[in-house]
Design a protein around this ligand. Structure first.
Ligand SMILES: N[C@@H](CCC(=O)N[C@@H](CS)C(=O)NCC(=O)O)C(=O)O
Length: 224
C-alpha cells in the first residue's frame, strides 16, 4: 500500500503515526503541497478534492484519513481497530466526534484562518469573528473532552489500549502547537497528550510539523 502524503499535513500524520506505531509497512510518496503538486490534474484524478492523504492499494484509491486508517487497520488485522462490535463503535464514535465537532471549530475556525491565506476570511470583521467563534467553541469542546470523554482514569480515549481514535485525536490536537496552544487547564487532556507524545514514532512523524511551528515563533496568534 502506498500513501500519498505530506509530513506537514495533520491528516497525513494521522495515517503515518498509526502505521509506524503499529509496525505496518507503507510506501510513502511525497506530494509537495508547497509547490502545488496536489493541484496537478494527475493528482486530481486520484482525489478530486486535491487534498492529502490518498491511499493507493493496487487499482484501489481511497481518500479521507479516517477511512484510510480504518481500511489499513482492517486489512492488517490491527488491534487498534477492535473487532468487537461495541468496542469498535466506541472508536468510530470518538473519531466522528473529533472530525465533525472538534476539528471543524479548532482547525477550520481558530487555526487555519490565522495560518493560510486561502483560509483567511474576506474582511477584518469576519476574520476576527471567525477566530473568536473558533476559540470559544474550542474551549467548550476541550472541557467536554477533558471531563466527559477522557476523565481522570483512562490512559487512552477508549480505555486501556491505544486505538485509531488516539492517533487521529492526538495529531489533530497537536495542530495547536503551530499557534502555541496550551492545555494546562485541561489535566486529563494533558496527561493523554503526554502519553501520545511519548510514543517512539511521535518524534520522527512530527519533526516537519515541529520545524513549521518553530518558523512561526515570531508571529502573534489568538490561541487557547
Ligand atoms: N477530510 C480530509 C482533509 C484532508 C486535508 O484537509 N488535507 C490538507 C492537509 S492537512 C491538504 O491537503 N491541504 C492542501 C490545501 O489546502 O491546498 C482528511 O481527513 O483526509
Amino acid at each position: 500500500m502506498k500513501l500519498h502524503y505530506h509530513p506537514a499535513s495533520t491528516t497525513s500524520r494521522i495515517v503515518e503515526l498509526f502505521a509506524r506505531d503499529q509496525g505496518i509497512s507503507l510506501e510513502y510518496q511525497l506530494v509537495d503541497l508547497f509547490t502545488g503538486a496536489h493541484q496537478h490534474p494527475d493528482f486530481a484524478k486520484m482525489n478530486p478534492n486535491r487534498l492529502v492523504p490518498v491511499l493507493e492499494d493496487g487499482d484501489f484509491w481511497l481518500t479521507e484519513s479516517s477511512a484510510i486508517v480504518k481500511y489499513i487497520a482492517e486489512k492488517t488485522g490491527s488491534p487498534a481497530y477492535p473487532k468487537d462490535l461495541q468496542a469498535r463503535a466506541r472508536v468510530n464514535e470518538m473519531m466522528d466526534w473529533f472530525n465533525a465537532n472538534f476539528y471543524k471549530d479548532y482547525g477550520y475556525s481558530l487555526i487555519y484562518p490565522q495560518l493560510f491565506p486561502h483560509h483567511k476570511r474576506g474582511n477584518d470583521a469576519t476574520q476576527t469573528g471567525t477566530i473568536e467563534w473558533g476559540k470559544q467553541k474550542t474551549q467548550n469542546w476541550l472541557q467536554i473532552l477533558d471531563e466527559g470523554l477522557i476523565g481522570p482514569h483512562k490512559t487512552y480515549l477508549c480505555g486501556d489500549t491505544i486505538t485509531l481514535a488516539d492517533y487521529q485525536g492526538a495529531e489533530i490536537l497537536a495542530l495547536g502547537d503551530l499557534i502555541r496552544c496550551q492545555y494546562a487547564a485541561y489535566p486529563n487532556i494533558s496527561r493523554w497528550m503526554h502519553t501520545m507524545r511519548s510514543l517512539p514514532s511521535w518524534g520522527p512523524v512530527n519533526a516537519a510539523a515541529e520545524g513549521f511551528a518553530a518558523s512561526l515563533n515570531e508571529q502573534t496568534f489568538v490561541a487557547i
